[in-house]
Design a protein. Structure first.
Length: 186
């Protein structure tokens, strides 16, 4: 049985602390009674306030249409404890199976969107579509993070970063240089 971290409310403007390093995430979606999870490694923080994040979701993914039609998703941050699950989720289609059931993941109700949170993940960021101007041409969605849930411990979880060809690197040792930053940057 996988232990679920205890989440606390977290400032959505600080979501970049977890997403800027480019970790592999699990994006959950829901639309018209269906739900899905996809593995994603192509996201970027675009703005701090409002807290905007861009996701490149190929139209070949089952999740693309669900997210396009619902205008919502949840970006879930798995740790290395879920490495095999992350790979398996990415190698299957939600058009054929319920990935929550198939991979033993717990769907938790979100507060502001219809897509479920994944309870086994270290963090979950509820998102609403902010701008779809680049979706048709580039499959690039711009979301606003409207609610953030983060487990306070560990402060810097070990996350996965995909390098291609089935190989991941892990987030490394934490190095602080706060003394070099201007106060307005912190």
């Amino acid at each position: 049985m996988t232990k679920h971290p205890k989440w606390q409310d977290f400032p959505v403007g600080e979501a970049r602390r977890y997403l800027e390093p480019g970790p592999i995430v699990l994006v959950s979606s829901a639309h018209e009674g269906a739900r899905n999870i996809m593995t994603l490694g192509w996201q970027t923080i675009l703005e701090f306030s409002p807290s905007l994040v861009g996701l490149m979701i190929s139209r070949g993914n089952h999740s693309h249409r669900m997210i396009r039609d619902s205008g919502e998703c949840v970006i879930n941050l798995p740790t290395t404890a879920l490495t095999d699950t992350v790979v398996r989720v990415g190698n299957t289609s939600g058009a054929k199976i319920d990935k929550f059931a198939e991979f033993g993941l717990t769907a938790r109700e979100a507060e502001k969107v219809s897509a479920p949170l994944i309870a086994e993940c270290h963090a979950a960021f509820e998102c609403r579509l902010h701008d779809d101007a680049l979706v048709d041409k580039y499959d690039f969605f711009i979301f606003e993070i409207v609610k953030a849930h983060v487990a306070p411990v560990p402060a810097h979880p070990e996350t996965l970063h995909y390098t291609g060809n089935g190989v991941f690197v892990l987030s490394g040792k934490t190095i602080s240089r706060k003394s070099l930053f201007e106060p307005w940057m912190l």
